[in-house]
Design a protein around this ligand. Structure first.
Ligand SMILES: *Cc1c(COP(=O)(O)O)cnc(C)c1O
Length: 421
């Protein structure tokens, strides 16, 4: 169905749609009649890339035919299977190859990094975290403070969003100034899971470093969504999962970034045999020899089976490139916002920043009432979005799968759902 797309925007949507999407490379969820649903939930779980099936089957075949030898043999030995993904992953986040390690899950990695980088000493015992915050992150920080002999009540400072739900860097600076020499570390999401606000990370890092505060980022909603330059921006450490925009599959291995300046041997970390240098890892020595760079933070045998779909999805990002994805994504998101505003509905408010540089591929809408019913109505029309209690619906157009017509059709359905109340 062709909507009146051109009347409202200053570019030729067909020309952009012809370059991307590559929707035919992905599986879409289907309804009872086998038709594709409209999928706007890659902020939660990216779609399955078709090539993932083949890659996973290959690893299952390696297990069948080679068994233990698959660690060392075949085209993709398990010994280095996740290490081999580090180059692609480091391109996604703008890191040097040995600043990135693929391992564990996100919250586990936050704990490992807090162990290394939260180093309370003297009066410098405080951590700053944002609000609204993804619950796992604040649970991790609070429990860490507790485990490390700090006081979660006094040592946790909240950088609270303003009345527009925006996180203001001046406010952050004010907190750091008021607590000068007391804050040791900042742990913040680079792109907020609820509002979709994308922070100005280089400025954030500059401010924190001026107060001798380390910068840790949770990039769950940023990676695969916006281009990142973690090394250049001087971020100290970061962690992210790969099942959202990256589309690596449910519970696939997460990743961590540790800036080169922190790779020195005297850093404290929790250790396991997989972080030992690969050259003598299997000599079973009782002395730990750290692998070079971030790889020293690895603990255990990697999960090669759940890394297989991730490998396939990273190949898509390598082929298309984050710059092209972002270029189209900005336009899709702007078009979505524009169409929602044209509904001119007093029942809803967009809580995502309107400036393209301050957001990624997600628009969050807050409803005055009945958000849950609107969500149900959309679901009944085979539209997949998500509902965050009590009043927010999040919608992510994906540059890899969506056309401008998809957005047009979605907003028509949203408009229809709104008129039913
Ligand atoms: C998705 C998300 C998580 C999820 O953590 P897991 O350990 O992968 O379950 C944590 N923090 C943020 C900010 C997220 O967006």
């Amino acid at each position: 169905m062709k909507g009146p797309v051109r009347r409202h925007i200053m570019f030729d949507p067909d020309q952009i749609d012809n370059k991307l999407p590559i929707a035919d490379q992905f599986y879409f969820p289907t309804n009872a009649s086998g038709d594709h649903k409209m999928y706007f939930c890659s902020h939660s779980l990216g779609l399955q890339v078709k090539a993932a099936v083949e890659e996973l089957n290959q690893q299952m075949a390696n297990w069948q035919h080679l068994a233990v030898d698959a660690h060392m043999k075949g085209d993709t030995p398990w010994l280095t299977y996740t290490d081999e993904l580090a180059p692609s992953m480091s391109r996604l986040v703008g890191a040097e190859e040995n600043e990135v390690v693929i391992m564990n899950s996100l919250t586990v990695n936050l704990h490992l990094l807090l162990t290394s980088f939260y180093r309370p000493r003297g009066k410098r015992t405080k951590i700053v975290i944002e609000s609204p915050v993804f619950p796992s992150d604040i649970y991790a920080v609070r429990s860490h403070l507790q485990a490390r002999g700090s006081n979660p009540r006094q040592d946790l400072l909240i950088w609270k969003a303003d009345k527009n739900l925006s996180l203001d860097l001046n406010h952050l600076e004010h907190i750091l100034k008021a607590n000068r020499d007391h804050v040791q570390l900042l742990l913040v999401a680079g792109l907020n899971y609820l509002t979709g606000e994308y922070l100005d990370i280089p400025s954030l890092a500059d401010i924190a470093h001026r107060y001798d505060v380390l910068v840790g980022l949770d990039l769950a909603h940023a990676v695969g969504n916006v281009p990142l330059k973690l090394h250049q921006w001087n971020v100290d450490f970061a962690a992210w999962c790969n099942y959202k925009y990256v589309g690596g599959g449910p519970g696939c291995p997460a990743a961590a970034f540790i800036h080169r300046k922190h790779h020195s041997v005297d850093v404290i970390r929790l250790e396991g045999w997989w972080g030992n240098d690969i050259n003598n890892r299997f000599e079973m020595l009782e002395n730990f020899t750290p692998a070079p760079g971030a790889a020293a933070w690895a603990l255990s045998t990697p999960t090669s089976l759940s890394a297989a779909p991730l490998k396939a999805s990273l190949q898509v990002f390598d082929t298309v490139g984050m710059i092209s994805i972002r270029e189209k994504s900005r336009l899709l998101t702007a078009y979505l916002e524009d169409q929602i505003l044209k509904l001119d509905s007093p029942a809803l408010q967009i809580i995502t920043p309107s400036r393209a540089e301050r957001r990624g591929a997600m628009i969050s809408i807050r409803f005055k009432e009945k958000a849950n019913q609107i969500f149900e109505k959309l679901a009944a029309e085979d539209v997949v979005v998500d509902f965050r209690r009590p009043d927010t619906i999040r919608i992510s157009p994906n540059a890899l799968y969506h056309t401008f017509d998809d957005i047009y059709r979605f907003v028509s359905l949203l408009g229809k759902a709104l008129t039913q109340f």
